[in-house]
Design a protein around this ligand. Structure first.
Ligand code: NAD
Length: 356
């Protein structure tokens, strides 16, 4: 298969982990006889420094012309500590989602058995957890009107959803539930929010088209509690942008570390595959970042954008094998991990390639 992949490392550890993600794609192409070509583009703080724009037109053009995008993360402490900065790295992220029509963010939360001890949740509660989140990505409070009034003493962000927006993400979640445990949980705050009442109405109206799927509706506060209390009760979860942002970070604890979780953003054009973690400036440049979320993002890319299931499975099996062989990066190591089994980012990449 011939495909063109754009690598957008972004900032901080994004640069370190996408290097490993790309190496894995190169290895897979070699092993399975595919012809992948690569290009690279700037985004985030590095793009602001180089061009003054967090998502330069050249990057957007390259994104539109590629078959899939392997993305790192954007962000820099300079902006985190200065809420008044007008140009910000995350503007690039939101613009990319809007411009590429990436309305569905898929986040598989799957626990590798070897990491049962790495979570702060008890192993017997976690074992067997396997959740697929669908977070709506181009609507809600992130994209509504925002501003200040009353002489800068009051701020507002408006949340908005259309029936069309809710229906297209809900449909994707119903379809996915069909290929899994046939259970769908729609999360909202319909007791308080009008956008949530519309959300629930649309999901309820769609349900008769999927009689094989058991649908449940949960309020976001209850869902947040239930994720920790009994994660196994969830199969596919569909929710709005803001709730999804928070719940998926919470759910990352089921997988043991942010460094283990991949995500896919798909919609109208090129799909974007990225770890759920950010640019992690506290560990940038130290070589200790866990590259497995980027590697698992590469696996999602092959599966979802190219339909290469066997190749995708080969990557997941290699990650499984690496963990079974006792290797850990620092974030998923514990007191029982021998020092010679603790790998830095580069070593984790090398050990992984040996197992593909
Ligand atoms: P973060 O995800 O970068 O880091 C949270 C914690 O998890 C840190 O202690 C970090 O060291 C650790 N961590 C994250 N990824 C890891 C990995 N692969 N290996 C080992 N440890 C890892 O979140 P944050 O600290 O809240 O934000 C840092 C910056 O990233 C901010 O500027 C924020 O805006 C940005 N951010 C970007 C994205 C994105 O680009 N999609 C997402 C979240 C945050």
């Amino acid at each position: 298969m011939k495909k063109h992949i754009l690598i957008v490392p972004g900032d901080g550890i994004g640069q370190e982990v996408t290097e490993v993600g790309k190496a894995v794609l190169v290895k897979i192409a070699e092993k399975f006889g595919h012809e992948f070509t690569y290009d690279e583009a700037l985004m985030g703080h590095v793009a602001i420094e180089a061009t003054g724009n967090p998502l330069p037109d050249e990057t957007l053009e390259k994104m539109r012309n590629s078959d899939a995008i392997l993305f790192g993360a954007v962000g820099h402490p300079k902006y985190d500590n200065d809420p008044t900065a007008k140009v910000r790295p995350e503007q690039g992220l939101l613009k990319m989602r809007k411009e590429l029509g990436l309305y569905a963010n898929l986040r598989p939360i799957k626990l590798f058995d070897e990491l049962l001890g790495a979570s702060s949740i008890r192993p017997e509660i976690l074992k067997g957890s396997d959740i697929l989140f669908f977070r709506e990505l181009t609507g809600d409070i992130y994209f509504g009107e925002k501003g200040r009034k009353n002489d800068n003493n009051t701020a507002y962000d408006i949340a908005e959803y259309s029936r069309y927006e809710v229906k297209r993400i809900a449909r994707k979640a119903f379809e996915a539930a069909r290929t899994r445990g046939k259970r769908l949980c729609s999360v909202d705050k319909a007791n308080v929010l009008e956008t949530s009442r519309l959300w629930r109405e649309v999901v309820q109206a769609l349900a008769p088209e999927y009689p094989d799927i058991t649908v449940e509706h949960q309020f976001v506060d209850a869902a947040a509690m239930m994720l920790i209390k009994d994660p196994k009760r969830f199969d596919v979860v569909v929710t709005a942008n803001l709730f999804g942002d928070i719940l998926t970070d919470e759910a990352s604890q089921i997988a043991g570390s942010m460094g283990m979780l991949a995500s896919a953003s798909v919609g109208d054009s090129t799909g974007v595959y990225e770890p759920i973690h950010g640019s992690a400036h506290d560990i940038t440049g130290k070589g200790v970042a866990n590259p497995l979320a980027s590697v698992l993002s590469a696996a999602l890319l092959l599966d979802i954008s190219f339909g290469l299931k066997e190749e995708s499975e080969a990557i997941i099996s290699a990650v499984d094998k690496l963990l079974k062989d006792g290797f850990r990066t620092r974030d998923i190591a514990d007191a029982t991990t021998p020092a010679d089994k603790i790998l830095n980012t580069q070593q984790a990449g090398e050990e992984l390639l040996k197992r593909i």
